[in-house]
Write a protein that binds this ligand. Structure first.
Ligand code: ADP
Length: 244
């Protein structure tokens, strides 16, 4: 499992905590949706989980490996798809996937076995030997997820993965996330699109202004809130900002 304990982070020059005392456990086999309006602290949390940002206070453990003290072992277990879409535009899809596989020490056989079915599923086979710079946004997201999955990570982390995807691609992404979770892994993704969370998550957490407001099974949360829709719950806890 992944365990966040009292995780806190402030940015220099910003007196408000971007993430404030976050306690959360992610369990094997689940898709966990991390919801919140823009500026809530989702990306900051993800960057601390993936070791990109230092944690000010608290700790994050990935299957027993502390992301600060035991960062290489923790990072080996993580696959990460960013929201910024920064990929190596000059590389071909194949070169990018090979690069990711090399970083994680994945054998030629394993990388083929893992990437091939995804290329077919995503319809990327023809583009695989073309430069990523020529890809559409959706194709870039797809090659990013193939790269993130090539070492079969125990924890797949995605920051706003569905933004800008067409319905067909959204479906393909959801299927891949479900498959990965069902294979005994954790899928942790952030979103401000409630509909998405409602359809695919086993559990959700709602974060606002750096604080985790609630977390749990979607049905449990709804029952606790008198069977309100997720949208109503979200708006009541997160405030009715235009973004929400
Ligand atoms: P989300 O991903 O939910 O939109 P973020 O984690 O990006 O939220 O941001 C959380 C808070 O931290 C916001 O108030 C944001 O303005 C602030 N923040 C994010 N990145 C920086 C940064 N590099 N420098 C200063 N403040 C930042």
């Amino acid at each position: 499992m992944v365990k966040f304990t009292n995780v806190t982070k402030s940015y220099a020059g910003n007196s408000v905590r971007a993430v404030d005392g976050l306690d959360l456990i992610l369990n094997t086999g689940e898709i966990f949706g991390f919801l919140g309006p823009n500026g809530a602290g989702k990306t900051t949390t993800i960057k601390m989980l993936t070791g990109i940002l230092d944690i000010d206070e608290g700790s994050i453990e990935v299957f027993g490996h502390d992301i600060k003290k035991d960062s290489i072992e923790a990072k080996k277990l993580l696959g990460y798809v960013t929201d910024s879409g920064v990929l190596f535009e000059k590389l071909t899809g194949r070169e990018f996937v090979d690069f990711m596989a090399d970083v994680y020490g994945v054998s030629l056989e394993d990388r083929r076995r893992r990437a091939e079915p995804l290329l077919d599923r995503f319809g990327l086979r023809e583009a695989f030997d073309k430069q990523i710079g020529t890809y559409s946004h959706g194709m870039k997201q797809k090659i990013a997820i193939i790269g993130a999955l090539v070492h079969n990570p125990k924890v797949l982390v995605l920051d706003e993965p569905m933004v800008g995807l067409d319905p067909q691609s959204v479906r393909e992404f959801k299927d891949i996330m479900r498959m990965h979770a069902d294979a005994g892994n954790i899928v942790f993704f952030s979103t401000h699109v409630l509909d998405m969370a409602e359809k695919i998550c086993d559990r959700i957490g709602i974060i606002n202004k750096g604080k985790l407001i609630m977390a749990g099974d979607l049905d449990e949360i709804k029952a606790a809130k008198g069977d309100e829709s997720l949208e109503d719950i979200f708006l009541s806890v997160a405030g009715s900002s235009a973004e929400a």
